[in-house]
Design a protein around this ligand. Structure first.
Ligand SMILES: NC(=O)c1ccc[n+]([C@@H]2O[C@H](COP(=O)([O-])OP(=O)(O)OC[C@H]3O[C@@H](n4cnc5c(N)ncnc54)[C@H](O)[C@@H]3O)[C@@H](O)[C@H]2O)c1
Length: 137
């Protein structure tokens, strides 16, 4: 989730490890460009993007793909606001999309940078509003 400097290379690595990877992003131009074999991040070449596409990777803006995911890796941006406070808004939005489609046993990994306690205080309550309990498989 989030096909930027973290998400796209992670998709490459996961695919190379044999996992089937679908990339989700909110930006249509990111999804369209990636599916057309164009890289928008410095750490990956167009050739490498075409390689992951040939290996089965697809990108989409459709959150319905999350319903089939065994693992959701959240790589959305968490920038600093003008007052230097962290802007976490994309994070609960993305995790909420996972929660709406969560199945028992799904692994949710947060790669986005945040302050200590975010997983316990922000992420976990969103996932547990489903009635499922984190860490119980
Ligand atoms: N875990 C790590 O090792 C590590 C390393 C570097 C950065 N990070 C963190 O990973 C996160 C992603 O960094 P990046 O450099 O890949 O960011 P980026 O801006 O390059 O990419 C983020 C992508 O997420 C998309 N996105 C998805 N949902 C979004 C939403 N709700 N609102 C806005 N954009 C949304 C954007 O369109 C964009 O394509 C940041 O929090 C960063 O600090 C983690």
């Amino acid at each position: 989730m989030g096909l930027g400097y973290v998400g796209l290379p992670l998709a490459r690595t996961a695919g190379a490890a044999g996992l089937t990877v679908t990339g989700w992003d909110v930006l249509r131009q990111v999804v369209a460009g990636t599916n057309a074999g164009r890289s928008h991040v410095r750490d990956m070449t167009d050739h490498e993007v075409r390689g992951i596409l040939a290996a089965g990777f697809t990108a989409t803006t459709d959150p319905a793909v999350l319903a089939a995911a065994e693992t959701a890796a959240v790589c959305v941006p968490t920038a600093l606001c003008a007052d230097r406070a962290p802007d976490l808004d994309p994070l609960p939005l993305a995790v909420g999309m996972v929660a709406d489609r969560l199945r028992p046993g799904t692994l949710v990994v947060v790669e986005s940078t945040s302050y200590p306690g975010t997983t316990r205080e922000v992420i976990r309550p969103i996932l547990e509003r489903t009635g499922m309990t984190g860490g119980t498989g």
